[in-house]
Write a protein that binds this ligand. Sequence first.
Ligand SMILES: CCCCCCCCCCCCCCCC(=O)SCCNC(=O)CCNC(=O)[C@H](O)C(C)(C)COP(=O)(O)OP(=O)(O)OC[C@H]1O[C@@H](n2cnc3c(N)ncnc32)[C@H](O)[C@@H]1OP(=O)(O)O
Length: 222
Amino acid sequence: MTEPTTTLDIWNPGWPDPFRPTVNADTDDEYADLVEALREVQEAVTRSRPTPEVAAEVATALRTAARRLRTFEVDEDTQIAGKRWEIPGKGHALAPALHIDTVTDTTVTGRVTVGRFHSGRYAMNGGVTPLIFDEILARLANSAGRPWGRTAYLNVNYRAPAPLHTELTVTAELLGQEGRKRFLRGALHHGDVLVADAEGLWVELKPEQTLNISKDAEGSDR
Ligand SMILES: CCCCCCCCCCCCCCCC(=O)SCCNC(=O)CCNC(=O)[C@H](O)C(C)(C)COP(=O)(O)OP(=O)(O)OC[C@H]1O[C@@H](n2cnc3c(N)ncnc32)[C@H](O)[C@@H]1OP(=O)(O)O
């Protein structure tokens, strides 16, 4: 049965600035620790070649954890993942944990280290680089009081293989704005070596622009 489509207003000038969170980082934060544990699992699964018995044992343990969390399921506006700006990776385990170091209204610098989970065979996977750029550039595009904008394009140049287990520096810059269009540029360095750079366009949403979400599209195949 098809569920009715709901309309969610995603243009809200009252939303918090993604670089100036209202929640303080808490080193004893249990939710941040949960996400860190999930990252450890992702890395450990990727790095291992367990016996079938151990694979089955761990799969059972992971499903038990998933069932435990499912009893606390909330809608996407209410979930924590992706909204905890003050913890690396915003509390979401898909993208590598990005550590933000400096922020101005038009620039950001940060650091990121990827492990084998994000490997594309002894170097960072090519799909991970845009994830890092989209994370830092989208946050910059939507910070400093600028109303919500969405990524219209993100062009990435791969200049050199990005090493694993090695700190890379990430920089982002707002180049300029023309009407609703915001042009941004990003770079990823390993020391002095330029590993990748990107340029992107973020387009400010019109106040009446809304995101139509079909509840059907959220999926329930669990
Ligand atoms: C508790 C809650 C906390 C919330 C806290 C919020 C804080 C905030 C944090 C944000 C952190 C994450 C932010 C995630 C942002 C995503 O990652 S979004 C995900 C990926 N992107 C998408 O899904 C976007 C999909 N595309 C679209 O929705 C629409 O195409 C867009 C981008 C909104 C533009 O549509 P539109 O408004 O109809 O644009 P339109 O009027 O046709 O064009 C406007 C101008 O842009 C140009 N343009 C549009 N698209 C393009 C293109 N692809 N190429 C070149 N030019 C283009 C047009 O040519 C036009 O130029 P001018 O004629 O004005 O010179």
